[in-house]
Design a protein around this ligand. Structure first.
Ligand SMILES: [Zn+2]
Length: 338
């Protein structure tokens, strides 16, 4: 697929039908000097038409993407398509196998090393392959994330308000078609290293997601991921059929929200054992105590109360009580009126 990458693909993007193959990425180790990681890739194509890249497992402790994409890869019939679907259920395969956010190969966070480097570390080489080898062949990208071990999110899809009005409208259309309970217009803290960012730079229509988290996989989060990616294929004009609205599965329509500034990210003002006073989906006022930090070593010390820096809706909460100063504990969002 790319002559100057160390990663070899056993599938062709120009071939009609369904191909199950691998991206073969070198991983030379103590006990496997010429060893490789075989990352599954599935290509389903039927003639000329729009293209989409679906990725899961960019972080290895987020499981909705891998499950939904494995099921989609098995189920998709090329005859029901018009165009190209590239499915990578777990892009960061060694991390997924280890249930780890970071790569156990090079210790890197795959979604912070884009656009990668063809001569870099394992994660950088992988990112470079995606940017130069896959993104140019598609029009749409859906990168399915969840909160992972240290974040618990309301189930949401997200997008950046980027590009021309037509592209923004398409991203918004994708979010609504996906049908997750929430759709977030996001301000990233460190967008430059992300897959989404570099797909957007190439002019793609991009959505990402946070479909739950806390390292779990729930029946509802899998259902949202599964129907969501199918609906997005229909919205993109790739899969024949109708969009399945969330109401038919007993869920509400997507509620649009935004995180307009960095004050939305509530950072811990100290170390300690955190006792939360609020729950996900709760609306809070500015200054309202969100919880308190207890210093385990000093029983005589009063707990440190953490106030809400702004008003809004709690859309993410840290599920791990042990907290370090600077950890992100909550994400507070606004309603988003189009
Ligand atoms: Zn993630």
């Amino acid at each position: 697929m790319l002559d100057d990458s160390n990663i070899q693909a056993s599938v062709s993007l120009g071939q009609d039908g369904k191909q199950f193959g691998h991206l073969t990425a070198p991983n030379s180790t103590q006990f496997s000097a010429y060893g490789t990681e075989l990352i599954p890739i599935v290509v389903v194509r039927n003639g000329e038409g729009p293209g989409i890249l679906l990725t899961g497992g960019v972080h290895g402790d987020e499981f909705e993407g891998p499950v939904a994409l494995l099921k989609l890869a098995r189920d998709l019939d090329p005859k029901s398509l018009n165009g190209l679907v590239i499915i990578i259920p777990s892009l960061n395969l060694p991390a997924t196998l280890a249930s780890s956010r970071l790569s156990p190969v090079d210790g890197r966070n795959l979604n912070r090393v884009f656009p990668g480097n063809r001569q870099g570390s394992f994660s950088e080489v992988l990112a470079d392959f995606v940017v130069r080898g896959l993104l140019p062949h598609v029009d749409y990208v859906a990168d399915i994330h969840s909160g992972g071990t240290s974040l618990d999110y309301v189930p949401l899809t997200m997008m950046h308000r980027i590009g021309d009005a037509k592209r923004i409208a398409k991203s918004l259309g994708c979010m609504k078609a996906f049908g997750a309970p929430y759709g977030l217009l996001t301000t990233e803290q460190e967008g430059g290293g992300m897959l989404e960012w570099h797909a957007e730079l190439q002019g793609k229509v991009v959505i990402s997601s946070e479909l739950g988290g806390a390292g779990r996989l729930t029946r509802q989060s899998v259902e949202i991921a599964e129907t969501g990616v199918r609906n997005m294929l229909v919205f993109a004009g790739i899969l024949n059929g109708e969009i399945t609205p969330p109401e038919t599965m007993g869920r509400t329509q997507t509620r649009l929200i935004s995180t307009p500034d960095l004050e939305c990210f509530v950072l811990s003002p100290g170390d300690g054992l955190f006792e939360s006073f609020v729950d996900l989906e709760e609306t809070v006022k500015a200054g309202q105590p969100l919880g308190q930090l207890h210093d385990i070593r000093r029983p005589e010390k009063p707990a440190l109360v953490v106030p809400a820096p702004r008003a809004g809706l709690i859309i993410m909460q840290r599920p791990l009580p042990m907290t370090r100063m600077g950890d992100c504990m909550f994400l507070i969002a606004d309603e988003w009126n189009e």
